[in-house]
Design a protein around this ligand. Structure first.
Ligand SMILES: C[S@@+](CC[C@H](N)C(=O)[O-])C[C@H]1O[C@@H](n2cnc3c(N)ncnc32)[C@H](O)[C@@H]1O
Length: 237
């Protein structure tokens, strides 16, 4: 993927992939071709740090890179320089949403600007969702996104999942593919149903070999690198 566009018909930001050549020319071409693109950023490295954001630099256009992204009938306000958001994951958000049953009590760990919770609520309004995210700016966006979509029943908490007081949940979602296995014991203690754990692997066995509980489904989500996939592991507790 050379670039991706996040935003709406009114205002969007294009993000050029890391290592792309002739960035300036490409930025001009993108802005000419997509009139809604008001800023072009280029990734200057891989996702980094606890917040999992890409380091970027502004190549062309407005330095205000906050946009409202539209997908699957809801809106996500986001500045991609400040918090994690991937428009490529919209299909997975929808797929996951369709698995939720009415009345469930759900925990989304590592919730970012809360797109998973909002996607779930759009499909299954009768559930109660707690979201925990360590990046305070992401939590501000998460609160705005809940209001923007006029949703009730999502509680966004700012903190480290290891330090927040947890309850018991019917379902726990763990979208931190780099290190979610490190938090699996914590999730198991607080789950009485299904855990959806995300991970990166070439072969699912790299992850399944580290899980003792019953895995009821493995879903390939997206390609991540040469031969590497983001995968979802549905674990029955
Ligand atoms: C891969 S992003 C996913 C964000 C969101 N779930 C989404 O799908 O857009 C992982 C998120 O986990 C957050 N995070 C990392 N470690 C955390 C921790 N120990 N407790 C809470 N949040 C954490 C990061 O700030 C980041 O926003």
């Amino acid at each position: 993927m050379v670039y991706e566009i996040i935003g709406s018909k009114e205002k969007a930001v294009a993000i050029i992939g890391f290592g792309t050549e002739n960035i300036k020319e490409l930025a001009e071409k993108i802005m000419k071709q997509h009139k809604n693109v008001k800023s072009v950023l280029a990734k200057t490295g891989q996702r980094e740090g606890v917040f999992r954001t890409h380091p970027t630099k502004l190549i062309l256009g407005d330095k205000n890179t906050e946009v409202i992204h539209k997908e699957n009938g809801y809106s996500i306000k986001i500045d991609p320089r400040i918090a994690y958001f991937s428009p490529r994951e919209s299909t997975e958000r929808l797929r996951l949403s369709k698995m939720i049953k009415a009345g469930e009590k759900i925990l989304v760990m590592f919730s970012g600007v809360s797109p998973i919770a909002i996607a779930i609520k759009k499909v299954q309004p009768d559930c109660k969702i707690t979201c925990i995210e360590i990046n305070p700016e992401a939590v501000k966006y998460a609160d705005e996104n809940v209001k923007l979509n006029k949703i009730c029943g999502i509680k966004n908490i700012c903190g480290d999942v290891r330090e927040v007081k947890l309850e018991k949940y019917d379902r726990i979602i763990m979208p931190l593919p780099e290190t979610s296995l490190e938090y699996l014991d914590l999730a198991k203690k607080h789950c009485k149903g299904i855990i959806h754990l995300y991970g990166f692997a070439k072969d699912p066995k790299e992850i399944t070999s580290k899980i003792e509980d019953k895995i009821i489904k493995i879903q390939r989500v997206l390609p991540y690198g040469p031969g590497i996939y983001k995968m979802r592991f549905d674990i029955e507790i």
